[in-house]
Design a binder for this molecule. Structure first.
Ligand SMILES: [Zn+2]
Ligand SMILES: [Zn+2]
Length: 393
């Protein structure tokens, strides 16, 4: 079968679905309307559908006529809290909410793939599970974990799992793959610098947490440059600092918040320990105290299976799609949690097209998807499911 041709045949429907979702974006764990649209469509296709999976998630199951393996395909459904500034005619109708990460396209492409695969039930060997996940942007307890806890990877057990993400950093129509680590563990931290307040004119009678916090910000950068193997990707950013009320009052405490990003678990463990140690040590040196907290349950590193990735690249190339190797990113993804349950790959589809103004990165208020790539994404998902379910491959 020629999924590329078939996807082109339903292109208008995929685009229509995407625009419909784009106009009604919903934040993490509020994806009621999107989930209903998804579940209704899957039911219309004759799939077995479970609603309310892991909160607002949806599971669709397509059982082929012949026996084979089980492949899961995942799309995330949540939008972001920002006001859309893109010049499109189907602009977001929800104030301050926008599909700025392309999750609307993920849903539309996966629904397209479900339609194509449902049309080939007779040839399908095995089972395809469609995972429509809530709350990817949530961080911490994102939607993947509760879906897994609700059993989506079992009964029948998933053999391979695939996820596709729209990429505002790659040319339109080009698929990006990478075996091994592709996305980082995003570890959020809070450092509370506890000093002792007093009058701004008499700092010697106080322990000034503002001054100490400034030292901590400088010192933790040394973890990156002096304590972590320089060939390992690692970044630490302090993104917020809060303290004080008035220029002549030395406050009691200062609070720093930041994130560290790593691409392997050993570096991650060491980095977290060193950041805490340095913060505590610097505070102690100045007579202050540090309370350091890392967010529990942060997303793990996203690690693609090498063999599955290679095979997936080969399959898409053979289907006439443009494929290249992608460099890792230090963003986080809770697709990583599915990869802990089954081997698979998280891959990307470029959408940069200057002639259509599709030049802004994911999470920009001007982010715009080149809709011509949607049929390619749909075809790729259907093709991977068809081939990886087949036990002969
Ligand atoms: Zn995002
Ligand atoms: Zn995303």
């Amino acid at each position: 079968m020629d999924f590329l041709k078939e996807a082109s045949g339903i292109e208008q429907e995929i685009i229509k679905t995407r625009r419909e979702i784009h106009q009604r974006p919903e934040l993490a764990y509020q994806e009621m309307g999107t989930a209903k649209l998804v579940a209704d469509r899957l039911e219309d296709l004759g799939l077995e559908v479970k609603r309310g999976v892991g909160g607002t998630g949806v599971l669709g199951i397509l059982v082929g006529r012949k026996k084979g393996r089980v492949v899961a395909l995942r799309a995330d459904m949540d939008a972001l809290p920002l006001e859309e500034m893109a010049d499109v005619e189907f602009k977001s109708k929800e104030k301050g909410v926008m599909h700025a990460c392309g999750h609307d396209s993920h849903v539309a492409m996966l629904l397209g793939a479900a339609r194509l695969l449902a049309g080939h039930k007779d040839e399908l060997q095995g089972t395809v599970k469609f995972l429509f996940q809530p709350a990817e942007e949530q961080g911490g307890r994102g939607g993947a974990k509760p879906m897994i806890e609700d059993g989506v990877m079992e009964n029948p057990k998933v053999d391979f799992v695939f996820g596709l993400h729209i990429d505002g950093d790659e040319k339109s129509g080009v698929f990006g793959f990478r075996g091994g680590a592709i996305m980082a563990a995003p570890d959020r931290f809070v450092i509370r610098v506890i000093g002792r307040g007093g009058h701004g004119s008499a700092p010697h009678q106080t322990v000034d947490p503002v001054y100490v916090a400034a030292q901590v910000i400088i010192a933790v950068q040394g973890v990156s440059s002096r304590m972590i193997d320089p060939v390992q990707p690692f970044v630490i950013s302090v993104g917020s600092i809060h303290s004080g009320t008035k220029e002549n009052i030395i406050p009691d405490e200062a609070v720093l918040e930041g994130t560290i990003r790593t691409l392997d678990e050993a570096t991650r463990k060491r980095a977290k320990a060193k950041v805490a140690e340095v913060a505590r040590g610097v505070c102690k040196a100045f007579g202050a105290r540090a309370e350091v907290e890392f967010e529990e349950d942060a997303y793990p590193v996203t690690v693609n299976d090498e063999k599955v990735t290679e095979e997936a690249m080969r399959i898409l190339k053979k289907a006439g799609l443009k494929v290249k190797t992608k460099e890792p990113l230090l963003g986080g993804e809770d697709f990583s949690r599915f990869l802990h349950e089954a081997p698979g790959t998280f891959y990307f589809l470029g959408t940069i097209n200057p002639s259509k103004g599709c030049v802004h990165p994911n999470h920009s208020s001007k982010f715009k998807v080149d809709e011509e790539v949607l049929k390619l994404g749909t075809a790729s998902l259907a093709q991977l499911a068809m081939e990886f379910t087949n036990p002969k491959n």
